[in-house]
Design a protein around this ligand. Structure first.
Ligand SMILES: [Zn+2]
Ligand SMILES: [Zn+2]
Length: 292
């Protein structure tokens, strides 16, 4: 029975999210907190599952891990989302207006297709941003996320704020789409990302693991060796990795960079400044002789 429940749980949750937003009353869609409340409820539900069917005892949530995760949930929904809306979504929507860009065809698509479009557009951008982070200096913003030493439902939000801001960027504001489809798409992405970071022994159907990121695929992405992290970049649509040649089969219980060095919140915030601090600390005489 337990096996069946944990086999169907992920696809059933996604289906329920779609049904919920498809039938959401207009009064709920007008509330700016509606998507935040639904996302936090989704995270809390996946977090609770960790106590029902644990994956690894070594990933069990301690009080310290819980408080860190909670801190980042608050930072993300209270600050990052607001900053991203002000600095990216609103200017993009204004530019769309000024340039007369319209995608009214998107308003006439079936609801499920609209949701799939939101998921694909957000995920396509995130995939390439994430891949860039692993292959350029932008790694300094993303590395704190790879310093986590265990996976839990809300760990997708643990990282440097700059990274959280960068991966939140999307072109959704350029599209004409009903509010409930956009909310539904983001809710689906939150659910899949929570599943992919959760300490839960899921047993999803093969089609689900083919399309969506699983904890197996994502734990491999969190491997200890830096080179081993350069695969399975998709936050939610593993299909992107399959299409762009970065998918790798496997999983890893042992996670964390620099030999699993756990960072404090302060260290996570300061991490991107590390190269700058190292440069300032380096003695001018020393660097001159090294260059010669
Ligand atoms: Zn990564
Ligand atoms: Zn992750």
């Amino acid at each position: 029975m337990k096996r069946i429940v944990f086999s169907l749980f992920q696809p059933a949750t996604l289906a329920l999210i779609v049904v919920f937003w498809a039938s959401a009353p207009a009064s709920l869609l007008d509330k700016s907190w509606a998507i935040t409340a639904a996302s936090i409820a989704t995270l809390a539900m996946v977090q609770a599952l960790e106590f029902a069917n644990e994956r690894h005892a070594s990933w069990r949530l301690s009080a310290r891990e819980f408080l860190t995760d909670l801190f980042y949930v608050i930072v993300y929904y209270a600050v990052i989302v607001a900053v991203e809306t002000k600095l990216a979504d609103e200017p993009l929507a204004s530019a769309k207006h000024a340039l007369g860009i319209t995608t009214t065809w998107a308003m006439h698509l079936p609801f499920v297709v609209q949701v799939a479009l939101v998921v694909f557009l957000v995920e396509f951008g995130q995939y390439w941003m994430h891949r860039l982070m692993h292959n350029s200096f932008v790694w300094w913003t993303h590395a704190p996320h790879h310093h986590i030493t265990q996976l839990n439902a809300a760990k997708g939000l643990v990282g440097n704020p700059l990274e959280l801001l960068l991966v939140s960027l999307s072109v959704i504001a350029l599209f004409d789409l009903p509010k409930n489809a956009v909310f539904c798409g983001f809710n689906v992405l939150t659910a899949v990302s929570a599943f992919a970071h959760a300490n839960v022994r899921f047993n999803p159907p093969r089609w689900y693991s083919y399309i969506f990121t699983t904890v197996e695929a994502h734990s491999l992405h969190h491997s200890v060796g830096y080179n081993e992290t350069r695969c399975n970049y998709a936050n939610a649509l593993l299909l992107c990795d399959r299409l762009f040649g970065t998918f790798r089969e496997g999983e890893s219980e042992c996670v964390g960079q620099e030999e699993r060095k756990r960072l404090s919140i302060r260290q996570q915030f300061m991490f991107p400044a590390r190269p700058l601090i190292a440069m300032i600390k380096a003695k001018p005489g020393k660097s001159a002789s090294a260059a010669s």
